[in-house]
Design a protein around this ligand. Sequence first.
Ligand code: FES
Length: 331
Amino acid sequence: MEFKVRSYRFNPEIDDKPYYKEYIVQDFPGMTVLNALMKIKAETDGTLSFRRSCRSAICGSCAMKINGISKLACKTQVSSEIEKFGMIKSNPLFNMPVVRDLIVDQEIFFDKIKKIKPYLLGQRDNEEYHRFHVLREGEKIAQPVYHKSEFQNLTGNDDAPNCILCECCYSECGGVVGNKNYLGPAALAKLYRYSEDPRDNDKNGSRLVNGSQPEGIWDCIHCQACEEFCPKGISPVKAITKLHEKAIKNSITFSKGAKHIISIAKSIGETGRLDEVKVAADTGGIAGLINDLPMAFGAGLKGKIPPIRLKLIKDMDDIRLAYKELDLEEK
Ligand code: FES
């Protein structure tokens, strides 16, 4: 079967603006989108540029938009795309500048990964180190030993360590679309992965404190796109939610996001209702309230002024019970 590939093309050295070029490709059984692009490059147009390396969904190099969705080209079957869309449309990943054709500049992405300190922190000569390293007879260097149960979070229950840094989540992230400085799902999933690593010795929680700054864990907009489009089945948004819990449990609550959810939980725990004025004041302080005045004025004109004092809801006992079950009373 022959099929059409419509590829984004842009070479900033010679092109004034991007354009699309179409190619006709002859398929073969099991052909992937990467196979198709490599066939074009080898047989039709050697100038078509894209990244690839392992061809086994391991290195993350070949990520691109395929028919509008960020995917690994080496893992995407031509047949399933043709069945759904009738052709292959290839574009560079989103949220990063294009270097050429399907190649994006990854610097901004990897700068964000570096910001979360993606390595084990702390002194090696400490109790934690010796829990995981033993000096055997006749050996000069202590060897690592693995305590399965303590690594379970990394290898069993959680999938964050499986990230291959392909940038599909970053390309689809609505938070990055709204704020280019937001660290993004991959960096935050990595932050979670290291914060859970029992060998890490970040005793003062510096990684989580840094991650709680603006553009960090509290700037996730929960669009869930990172989970939906990760080719390795990872859920960065779940990792980010766990970081929220961890920050609050460790009293790292200086950020607006933490103040916001603490205030919401408190308001509902006290009255069963959401005291929007109090939540706005707790979250943004006086400056925040002044900022919100135009919106409050508009809401007032529509008759939506919240009551000064909220009445308890009828089933308040159920809320108290739920809070008790969830151990939220003290938070
Ligand atoms: S070429 Fe390595 S993930 Fe596709």
